[in-house]
Design a protein around this ligand. Structure first.
Ligand code: ADP
Length: 288
């Protein structure tokens, strides 16, 4: 029997295959991807993403921080990278911004030319394409950890990143202790479950207030909601991060809090949180 000849691939199909291969190649060089998710805005998701990335880099890991908040990127401000731009060279892809030898950053803001205060008005497929490029077209090199700061909620960006993330991807869910935040965070948990995205654990941010002067702890909001949520849902509770007014100052000044105030209770909380995360990285990874 003569075999039926397959029609040749169209130009678009070849291009799609080429892009998928590129994505697959990049993903093989990323040991762990951690998606920082939250059901609600303002709970400190970007703060957690930046400080986790900085703490992991300070522990000598190769770290990439990818900000996929296309409409309201916070990472550039939190790392004093406003106005930074990356070039897209033909055949080379984007060169991420290197803020330390082992700490690379990429954000939507770095590719916007002209007015950076302009609102980005994009539909889902365009966002999906951009996120695809942010992974496959960025020269990340070999990474122990790619930390992804996603916008709040369960919209296009978290959906895209969950669909294209590598096999060793896990989500970290950030909440604050109040019931209003917890309710929305449950939606993020269900979102991950529906997409088959494993959840590494839950962090409770803004959990109590430690006075920077006297060191005494106060409960501004009801604490413990995140821990209770972890118990209810069966996910690991990674830890509570107290409020420290200096977090706002260091964020606005573009300096990661954990490297600015390493001895503070808030930085110690980050230190405790990264301990099981550090255990995820495989020792086989070759340095770039
Ligand atoms: P999200 O990414 O969830 O919208 P952000 O990370 O932008 O939230 O944080 C919102 C605001 O809260 C920022 O001004 C940040 O500096 C502040 N913040 C976050 N976590 C803390 C904390 N533990 N202590 C004090 N301020 C915090």
């Amino acid at each position: 029997m003569t075999e039926k000849k397959k029609p040749p691939l169209t130009k678009e199909q070849i291009e799609e295959l080429r892009e998928d291969l590129k994505l697959a190649d990049t993903l093989t060089r990323i040991d762990n991807t951690l998606l920082i998710l939250s059901g609600k805005g303002g709970v400190g998701k970007s703060t957690v993403a930046v400080n986790l990335a900085a703490a992991l880099a300070a522990s000598d890991k190769e770290v990439g921080l990818l900000d996929i908040d296309i409409h309201g990127p916070s990472v550039p401000t939190m790392l004093r990278l406003e106005g930074a731009e990356v070039e897209h060279g033909i055949g080379r892809g984007f060169e991420p911004i290197k803020i330390a030898k082992n700490f690379k950053v990429m954000s939507m803001e770095f590719v916007i030319r002209d007015n950076k205060d302009q609102a980005v008005i994009w539909r889902g497929p365009m966002k999906h394409r951009m996120i695809h490029e942010f992974i496959s077209e960025v020269d990340w090199g070999n990474l122990d950890f790619l930390i992804v700061d996603a916008p709040p909620g369960t919209g296009d960006e978290p959906l895209s990143i969950c669909q294209m993330a590598p096999p060793k991807s896990q989500a970290i869910i950030v909440t604050t202790p109040q019931k209003v935040a917890i309710r929305d965070v449950k939606k993020s948990i269900n979102f991950c479950k529906s997409l088959g995205m494993p959840i590494f654990g839950i962090i409770e941010n803004m959990s109590g207030f430690v006075c920077p002067t006297c060191g005494s702890a106060h409960q501004l909001f009801k604490a413990g909601g995140g821990e209770q949520l972890a118990r209810e849902t069966g996910f690991r509770f990674l830890g509570s991060i107290p409020i420290d007014p200096r977090v706002v100052i260091s964020s606005d000044e573009g300096k990661p809090f954990v490297t600015e105030y390493p001895a503070s209770p808030t930085s110690k909380a980050f230190e405790q949180i990264i301990s099981p995360i550090l255990a995820l990285s495989s020792p086989r990874l070759k340095k770039h």
